[in-house]
Design a protein around this ligand. Structure first.
Ligand code: ADP
Ligand code: MG
Length: 339
């Protein structure tokens, strides 16, 4: 008799969760991206103990049809793509249909959602991926999802959680970036009831920079904007005198998605060239738009890393744009510009 068998769905989800759900910040990322994809104009995030004991994301987006709620938690269930060709023109943040089942497999999830203004929605509760309650409830349009006791049933993973402060640092870094990417959405982030971030949703990116880095920093930013046949870029960079000890102040947004890009970071740093002291880095928030066919986001389950099809061209474009913005200020003598 053969020894090979197909894993049951719950076990498969637990394994997938190992890739999608690394830590509380990954859960926040997936839930917030779903809220963004749902067209929300307000997204509230509340976490407790660095997100390990509780993560709650409430949005006012399109909601999930009551008939779809259980399906949304099944593996490879998505409303965002339908065919292989869709993979090459992804406009949404999600598309893999893996987040909800993966999160549900390693936590206790409760989701209340309604997809219209009838006041009627549905509540679904799951423990480790097993449905424990599913019932109609009164709910406003939108989705309210709570994830408790992350990794309660995967102790090996739980052991790898760092301190509350470290986990909180990762997740608030992510929330800052997505708020910078979407100035038109009003975000709040609370930890153990304390407000850590509030953005107005008024659409002004400089206001979001002020909310995160302070008003003085926002005032000291330079505007960048550039066009190219394949790309457009806009955002803000710091004047050379405002530097930081690491690259965490570099926020790169491509087609609404916050990504980590060594290429773009290097281009920005190169543009400053000798304007930066050694081992100091600028602050920058850059939004790059390009046709979805020029970027492959299906490189890693967390979608933080992407592949660009014209890497060298992009790098050069970004470097030029940043250098242009910087050259503008050299003509204005600063207080210590000398004679
Ligand atoms: P993906 O985002 O890759 O489609 P997910 O597992 O994250 O997969 O979500 C599955 C589906 O559930 C989504 O395609 C969407 O239809 C629905 N969904 C999840 N979260 C929300 C939300 N906050 N608002 C509206 N629909 C949602
Ligand atoms: Mg998703």
């Amino acid at each position: 008799m053969g020894k090979i068998r197909i894993l049951d769905e719950q076990l498969a989800n637990q394994i997938a969760a190992g890739e999608v759900v690394e830590r509380p910040a990954s859960v926040v990322k997936e839930l917030v991206e779903n809220a963004v994809d749902a067209g929300s104009t307000a997204i509230d995030i509340a976490v407790e103990e660095g997100g390990i004991s509780l993560i709650r994301v409430t949005d006012n987006g399109s909601g999930i049809d009551p008939d779809d709620l259980e399906t949304a938690f099944q593996r490879h269930a998505t409303s965002k793509i339908a065919s292989g060709s869709d993979l090459f023109r992804i406009a949404s943040l999600g598309f893999r249909g893996e987040a909800l089942p993966s999160i549900a497999a390693v936590s206790r999830v409760e989701c209340v959602s309604a997809s219209d203004d009838s006041g009627l929605g549905r509540r679904l509760a799951m423990n480790g991926g097993t449905v424990v309650a599913s019932e109609p409830v009164n709910a406003p349009r939108g989705t309210d999802i709570t994830v408790r006791d992350l990794f309660y049933n995967t102790p090996a993973r739980l052991k790898y959680m760092k301190s509350i402060q470290t986990e909180l640092g990762h997740l608030s870094d992510y929330v800052n970036r997505i708020a910078l990417a979407h100035p038109g959405i009003a975000f709040t982030l609370r930890h153990n009831g304390n407000l850590l971030l509030r953005t107005t949703g008024g659409g002004d990116r400089l206001q979001v920079i002020a909310a995160i880095y302070g008003t003085n920093t926002a005032k000291a930013m330079l505007k960048v904007s550039a066009e190219h046949p394949d790309y457009d870029l806009n955002g803000y960079i710091s004047k050379p005198e405002l530097t930081r000890a690491n690259r965490n102040g570099l926020t790169v947004i491509v087609n609404g998605r916050t990504i980590r890009s060594y290429i773009v970071n290097q281009a920005v740093i190169q543009a400053y060239h000798t304007l930066l002291p050694i081992n100091r880095y600028p602050l920058a928030v850059l939004e790059i738009g390009m046709h979805p066919s020029l970027i492959d986001v299906n490189v890693h389950p967390s979608k933080m890393e992407v592949r660009f099809s014209k890497e060298a061209e992009l790098r050069e474009f970004v470097e030029h744009a940043v250098r242009d913005a910087l050259s503008g200020i050299r003509h204005i003598p600063g207080p210590d510009a000398g004679a």
